[in-house]
Design a protein around this ligand. Structure first.
Ligand SMILES: [Cu+2]
Length: 118
């Protein structure tokens, strides 16, 4: 009798413990998702990173040129356009309206990226 009670308690402890681990993992996941909402796009090695950035409306996105080569950030639809960015120069644009904003580098048109505003 006593043994079955202690097994029950042990089982309960195990279940609660596992639940706590589950919650811990979930909060780690949540913070990882928040981190994914980065407003920084790095231009490096002839590519935009992240290539597709999803942000809430009102977010200011900043592009930084980490290449030793000049690049630009130009909206395909003419919504925004940077000057030529030399190494470590930045360009920022605030996305107030929802939508999908494809862009490219006008010097290297094969360099493309996208900002999705939700
Ligand atoms: Cu470029």
């Amino acid at each position: 009798m006593r043994r079955s009670v202690s097994i029950a308690v042990l089982t309960m402890t195990l279940v609660v413990g596992l639940g706590a681990i589950g919650i811990g993992q979930r909060s780690v996941l949540a913070s990882a998702q928040q981190k994914a909402e980065t407003t920084e796009v790095k231009i490096d090695n002839f590519s935009f990173g992240p290539g597709t950035l999803t942000v809430p409306a009102g977010t200011t996105v900043t592009w930084t040129n980490r290449d030793d080569i000049p690049h630009t950030v130009v909206s395909t639809d003419g919504v925004f356009k940077s000057k030529v960015l030399d190494t470590d120069e930045k360009f920022s644009f605030t996305f107030s309206k929802t939508g999908t904003y494809p862009y490219f580098c006008s010097i290297h048109p094969k360099m493309t990226g996208k900002v999705i505003v939700q």
